[in-house]
Design a protein around this ligand. Structure first.
Ligand SMILES: Nc1ncnc2c1ncn2[C@@H]1O[C@H](COP(=O)(O)OP(=O)(O)OP(=O)(O)O)[C@@H](O)[C@H]1O
Ligand SMILES: [Mg+2]
Length: 302
């Protein structure tokens, strides 16, 4: 299919250990199309992050790709090394991890980090980069972006930092975003806002998203299709509504049965209640600055 952004074919990852070879990812295949959000779900240790890290070339040795192919926009990328992989990560693949502080440099202002990314990957000058950085911050819901742009990461609340990380991940206009548990460390009300933001921005831009999560609620709310992983393998792949209402694989059935959202009969209600939760959460205020609450706290929501 021509609009396929990411194609993973028979991907396996191996880790040699003293007690033998561990295979955290075992023959996984899926595609993600432009503007599509693929949710990757499964219990802890299922291999979700390993598969994501394999795509961005961030497997920690001795973990390595032992079989399969990874294609991005029609080019094979699984054998890329060093500088070529770094270039690809910066320009074509954006990343959002659980803890925003792992993606942000505490010593650089938000503006410097955003403009540096843009200047490296886009054909623009410093003045244009600063303008675009302010626009990017406005777009992710940072009020007073023009004043806030010179703030440092520690001056923002957790939810606001994750908004900045999303702006940073989208800064170079990548075709793929890999978001690994992007809301797990955040307050419940903020979680829904961040998921809604990620969904809206990626839809608008036609960015493909691999959304890794253990949260079926996040999948139901945000994803178009879902890949269920179990013990390194792909247990099930399908449209979210189909997988939620009629899980085919015994593991998915078990996963659904152990999830409060799992009752297939109430799935329509589930979707409705999630939307309500999102609507309520989006009306809740989230403090932007944690350092000077009396004068500088600005309330924001998407
Ligand atoms: N250095 C290592 N040696 C042996 N096994 C490892 C090593 N690193 C990771 N693993 C195993 O790889 C498997 C997959 O890990 P991965 O981090 O991809 O899981 P996950 O699905 O992302 O889980 P979580 O939801 O907890 O983030 C796990 O079972 C883990 O124990
Ligand atoms: Mg993980």
């Amino acid at each position: 299919m021509s609009d396929v952004v990411l194609s993973i074919r028979g991907l396996s990852v191996e880790i040699p250990t003293r007690s033998g070879i561990v295979k955290p990812v075992d023959g996984v295949s899926y595609d993600i199309r432009a503007g599509e959000i693929l949710g990757v779900v499964g219990e802890s240790g299922a291999g979700k992050s390993m598969a994501g890290n394999a795509v961005i070339g961030l497997l920690n040795p001795p973990a390595h790709i032992s079989a399969g192919e990874i294609w991005l926009n029609g080019s094979r990328i699984d054998a890329l090394k060093g500088e070529a992989m770094r270039q690809l990560r910066g320009k074509h693949i954006g990343m959002v991890f659980q803890d925003p502080l792992t993606s942000l440099n505490p010593l650089l202002s938000i503006g410097d980090q955003l403009t540096e990314t843009m200047l490296t990957h886009l054909p623009i000058n410093k003045v244009e980069a600063r303008q675009r950085a302010i626009m990017a911050l406005e777009e992710v819901g940072i009020p007073g972006a023009a004043e806030r742009i010179d703030s440092y990461p520690h001056e923002f609340s957790g939810g606001m930092r994750q908004r900045v990380v999303i702006a940073l991940a989208l800064g170079a206009e990548p075709s793929l975003i890999i978001a690994d548990e992007p809301t797990t460390a955040l307050d419940v009300s903020v979680q829904a806002q961040i998921i809604a933001l990620l969904k809206r921005l990626c839809r608008d831009r036609g960015t493909a998203v691999m959304l890794i999560t253990h949260d079926m609620g996040v999948i139901a709310e945000a994803a178009d299709r879902v890949a269920v992983m179990y013990a390194g393998r792909l247990a099930e792949l399908g449209a979210v509504r189909d997988v939620l209402t009629q899980p085919q694989h015994p593991y998915t059935q078990g996963l659904m049965a152990s999830t409060p959202l799992a009752n297939p009969a109430s799935c329509t209600t589930t979707f409705a209640s999630l939307s309500q939760k999102l609507a309520v959460a989006s009306k809740l205020a989230e403090p932007i600055l944690v350092t000077k609450p009396s004068t500088d706290t600005i309330l924001a929501c998407t």
